[in-house]
Design a binder for this molecule. Structure first.
Ligand SMILES: C[S@@+](CC[C@H](N)C(=O)[O-])C[C@H]1O[C@@H](n2cnc3c(N)ncnc32)[C@H](O)[C@@H]1O
Length: 267
């Protein structure tokens, strides 16, 4: 995976701003993390692993629901995520640890060492890790993963007018583990896979031009060869500006899917 597609996540505060914009502009008022974890009783979970944890978006909700003496380990390629991740765990009164590493196909933990493993919007970066997830998960353990629909990526590209080559890179990344193919991939590794769809869209109206451009700029950084500080193509800015200045709105599909997986089929 091209390093440039990881640029957006090296600055946790920028990533957190994008997360806030998504929450503010979402038409679905229920938090996607609550949907992903919905009816789960997580009080059994004492050893928890968050792969590609970022600034702790999922861990923030998770930490409040696991055992009071739980330990949450976050792994991310960018060390700057350590402080915000640990802060969110501490705010929930749980213990946390951060491991800075580039995940690929191996995990540095013994067999059956975690009760709960989560991967929120990150498995498409290191989908070859799935066999290792089944190895380090306890037999009673649970794996929860959240991902995008490929159709949402197409909607995003249409609303941004991003060019075809850039678009195909974004679609290739999402297509490594998406709502559309995630179920069949996971069934190779788990005896039980439950799917939960989250219907949502982002609506940007006349007063939201800055937020829309901030959001599109962040997504542009997922395209290889982009770098922080790169301007959005003028065509994108013009396209969005024309729509909003006419009193219209930009609507971007933002449907996601969570998978809750049990009975790891350890090789
Ligand atoms: C879209 S963000 C999701 C972050 C967080 N889980 C959330 O739900 O907001 C993807 C995260 O995965 C991390 N990541 C991507 N590839 C990685 C790899 N090979 N090893 C470790 N972390 C990686 C990125 O740095 C980023 O923080």
């Amino acid at each position: 995976m091209a390093v440039s597609s990881l640029w957006p996540f090296q600055c946790p505060s920028t990533h957190e701003t994008i997360s806030t914009i998504i929450q503010r502009r979402s038409t679905n008022s229920t938090d996607v993390r609550e949907i992903a974890l919905c009816d789960l009783d997580l009080s059994f979970a004492k050893d928890i692993l968050d792969l590609g944890c970022g600034f702790g978006f999922m861990a923030e909700t998770l930490a409040r629901r696991v055992a009071p003496d739980a330990r949450l380990v976050g792994v991310d390629t960018w060390g700057a995520n350590e402080a915000p991740f640990l802060e969110k765990i501490a705010a929930a009164g749980r213990r946390g640890r951060f491991v800075c590493m580039q995940l690929a196909s191996r995990l540095p933990w013994p067999n059956r060492s975690f009760d709960l493993v989560v991967c929120s919007y990150s498995l498409y970066y290191f989908v070859d890790i799935l066999s290792e997830v089944t190895r380090i998960l306890a037999p009673h353990g649970l794996f929860v993963t959240l991902t995008h629909t490929e159709s949402s990526m197409v909607s995003l590209l249409r609303s941004a007018g991003l060019d075809h080559d850039a678009g195909s890179e974004l679609l290739t990344l999402t297509g490594r583990f998406s709502a559309e193919n995630g179920g069949s991939l996971l069934k190779r590794w788990f005896g039980e896979v439950t799917r939960i769809d989250y219907q949502n869209s982002l609506r940007f109206g006349a007063g939201h031009m800055d937020e829309l451009l901030t959001y599109l700029r962040f997504k542009q950084l997922l395209v290889p060869d982009s770098e922080p500080g790169d301007d959005l193509p003028e065509a994108v800015v013009g396209f969005a500006g024309t729509l909003l200045s006419r009193g219209g709105e930009v609507v971007i599909e933002k449907n996601d899917t969570a998978f809750q997986c049990r009975r790891p089929l350890c090789p």
